[in-house]
Design a protein around this ligand. Structure first.
Ligand code: CP
Length: 306
């Protein structure tokens, strides 16, 4: 049973089988037509965000409200007792007395996993350092399924900060359940780390190629998933300066794509997709944010409904 499998929450994309993913995609699809309901009317969600967020926090909170539930939480550790030196474990053991589920974003890799060891209620990983962001990956797949189709042989480019990008780590792990061709596109300094590539190649036998110049393959791609070069993750600012403008998608690039090509981005963006691209029907990153709401309704319904 999916409910039993995820009773500790959603921690890593590695925990998902293809069957699990398809189940959540189906539930996400159903949620598209459910604007509001009282399914979670006696439930309380706690959103604990130790790092900034617009989409993840607000879509979870909106999803909870739309399903009739209530939300408590904080958006910065500055207003919690973490500021006074309280540990994450003690914070979780306290907040679980006030809520039925905790959505946690933290700068520390493994924060959600650690939290789940202490919690008696489900923990949802809303981003743990540069490691993982599994619910983003689920909403990314819902977007692809609804807008393009998750078909065998799909050509997908994943481009930008593959080293520190938690969204791409989780996405690659979910995609490893499907028979698609993945192109990892990045500057040398920001290549996908070996631990993820080893997992994909050795354990999952995923077909992937690593390239730097996306223009060489743009005309065969069905989906390009762009990401921001994340200044906040760099230790060496000179390295950041060298790569920050490495990829800027242009209108000319759009002309070289297939008719059914779609451009995704988890957002926020900086300058890697200029605003003039937004008007193209191929640019679906704002639709993607809407699918985020539906997927998070599906996740909360699954974890919290009786
Ligand atoms: N995609 C994403 O995680 O966005 P936020 O940082 O705004 O939550």
């Amino acid at each position: 049973m999916i409910k039993d499998k995820f009773k500790k929450g959603i921690i890593s994309a590695r925990d998902f089988s293809r069957e699990d993913i398809e189940y959540f995609l189906e539930k996400g699809h159903e949620m598209i037509s459910i604007e509001s309901s009282d399914l979670l009317k006696d439930k309380i969600l706690a959103t604990l965000f130790f790092e900034p967020s617009t989409r993840t926090r607000l879509s979870f909170e909106s999803a909870m409200h739309r399903l009739g539930g209530k939300v408590i939480g904080f958006q910065t550790e500055k207003v919690s007792s973490i500021k006074k030196g309280e540990s994450l474990a003690d914070t979780i053991r306290t907040v679980e007395n006030y809520s039925d589920c905790i959505v946690l974003r933290h700068s520390m890799e493994g924060a959600a996993k650690l939290a789940s060891r202490f919690a008696k209620i489900p923990i949802i990983n809303a981003g743990s350092g540069s490691k993982e962001h599994p619910t983003q990956a689920l909403l990314d797949l819902l977007t692809i399924k609804e807008e393009v189709g998750l078909f065998d042989g799909l050509n997908m480019g994943i481009m930008g900060d593959l080293k520190y990008g938690r969204t791409v780590h989780s996405l690659a792990m979910l995609l490893s359940n499907f028979n698609i061709n993945i192109y990892f596109i990045s500057p040398e300094e920001l290549k996908m780390r070996s631990r993820y590539k080893d997992y994909l190649f050795r354990q999952r036998e995923v077909k992937f190629k690593e390239i730097t110049n996306y223009r060489k393959i743009l005309n065969i791609l069905d989906v390009l998933y762009m990401t921001r070069i994340q200044k906040e993750r760099f230790v060496d600012m000179e390295e950041y300066e060298r790569v920050k403008n490495f990829y800027v998608f242009s209108e000319k690039d759009l002309e070289n794509t297939k008719d059914n090509f779609r451009l995704l981005h988890p957002l926020p963006r900086i300058n890697e997709i200029p605003p003039e691209i937004d008007k193209s029907e191929k640019a679906i990153y704002f639709k993607q944010t809407r699918y985020g709401l539906h997927m998070r309704k599906a996740i909360l319904a699954e974890l919290l409904s009786e």
